[in-house]
Every structure is written in structure tokens, then in C-alpha cells.
Write a protein that binds this ligand. Sequence first.
Ligand code: GTP
Ligand code: MG
Length: 241
Amino acid sequence: MNIEMKDLGLNEFFLKEVKHFEGLHVGRVSSLSKGIYKLITDQGELKAEVSGKFRFKATGARNYPTVGDFVMIKRADGNSIIHHVLSRKSLLVRKEAGMTQETQLIAANIDKIFICMSLNNDFNIRRMERYLSIAWDSGAVPVIVLTKADLCENVEAMLEEVSKISIGVDVIVTSSVDNGGYEPIKNYLLGGQTVAFIGSSGVGKSTLINSLLGQELIETRGLRNDDKGKHTKTRRELFTI
Ligand SMILES: Nc1nc2c(ncn2[C@@H]2O[C@H](COP(=O)(O)OP(=O)(O)OP(=O)(O)O)[C@@H](O)[C@H]2O)c(=O)[nH]1
Ligand SMILES: [Mg+2]
């Protein structure tokens, strides 16, 4: 497999910093689980963990790699070792509810964030406003995706409502049952760009992403389209198209 790191978003912004780490390789975090990071590199996928010194120097969650980060690594027989996280161009975070004020890092170095909301049961304009402010705060550019147009009888009225709170933001209407219902999103997927899809459970994110990937790589709710019930999966993962 021959991956060009520049197609994975490794542009001038990051390359300036890469130069300072002679002898180390660059990788991009695609997923993480219990301190083990899955990386995409120019030589394929590998697993990595942070070095002891990295852990010692880290003062909080923000210092640790998250999905989308570019990291400088040293190859090893087992897990490769992460020595450094490159400066982030954007960072999407979630503030934990409650006293602690602890922030959870969701994803780094996203160019565009697609905020997904369904045009039926999930539609809530105040929630969309909150999502927009989280997205702008991250440093990425938000795009609104209104899903399940096929289940909505007054799309125009809802678009009108959305337009009042989304000045300067693109709004896309999609439907999974409409052939080509996701075509407008493809115009945003340019080489070297990283995009993220966020939104409440059941709005159709996985259905949409599978369609863009051309493969059923992510579990969906199948045909149980009830807009409520348990969460399918809490998941953050970087896919290459
Ligand atoms: N009618 C209709 N159903 C849709 C559309 N998009 C998704 N669905 C259905 O809605 C349900 C939920 O879709 P998912 O893609 O699993 O939703 P999700 O946003 O990934 O949900 P979580 O993984 O729980 O966050 C599934 O039954 C889909 O088939 C749409 O445009 N129209
Ligand atoms: Mg899903």
C-alpha cells in the first residue's frame, strides 16, 4: 500500500514542524483505544503508544494524541513509540458535564465539520445553535446537514428556520432513500481535506458515511428507524477515501 501523507492532510502547516524531528516518522491517528493508537503512515497502518517521557511531561488531556492528530514516532518491533504531537490546526472538544471542567478531545485537524440533524423527530433549532458554536470554537468550518428529507413534509419551512441561525454557513439537505441523496456532500471532499460528521444518535451519520465510503464499514441501526432507543456506538474513527 502506497499512501501519500499529503493526501492524508499533511500540508505545509505541519511539514514546517516535521523538519525539527530528524530520525522520526510521521503518522496520523485514525483511532484509539485504551492508550493504544492506530496510525496511518506512508507505509500502511501500525499501532503505537506514547513514550514514558511523553507521559511524564504531559500535564493534561490536551497533551495526548487524539483522532486526527499528526504524531512523530519511532518504529519498534511491537508498538511504535509516539514522541511528539504536531501543533493542531483545529481541535474539537467536548466539555464534560459536572464539576470537573475536564475536556474530552474528540478530533484534531478537521477542516470541515458536518453537523447532522434529522428533519423529523430530532429537529431542534437550539441544539443546532449549540453545535454551531462548538464547531466554530474548534477552528474548523461548519456545514449543516439536514438528514431524512424523505420523512419530512415541510422541508422549506424548516430550511427557513435554520437559515435564521446559520448566516454564512452552507446548508445541505440529504436523504438516504433518494438515489444520489448524498451527492452534494461529495463536493466538499477534496484531496487532503479532513471532514467530520457529528450529531445526535440516530440521525443517519453512519448511513451517510458508509455511502460516501462505498462500503458498509460502520454499523448502522439497519431498518429499525425509530429515532430513539439505545445508542448504536460511540465512535471516532478516521477513514481514508
Ligand atoms: N428514511 C430515512 N432513514 C434514514 C436516513 N438516514 C438514515 N436513516 C435510518 O436511520 C437510522 C439511524 O441511522 P444511523 O446511520 O445508524 O444513525 P447514526 O447517526 O449513525 O446513529 P448513532 O451511531 O447512534 O450515532 C437507520 O435505521 C437508518 O437506516 C434517511 O435519509 N431517510
Ligand atoms: Mg452511527
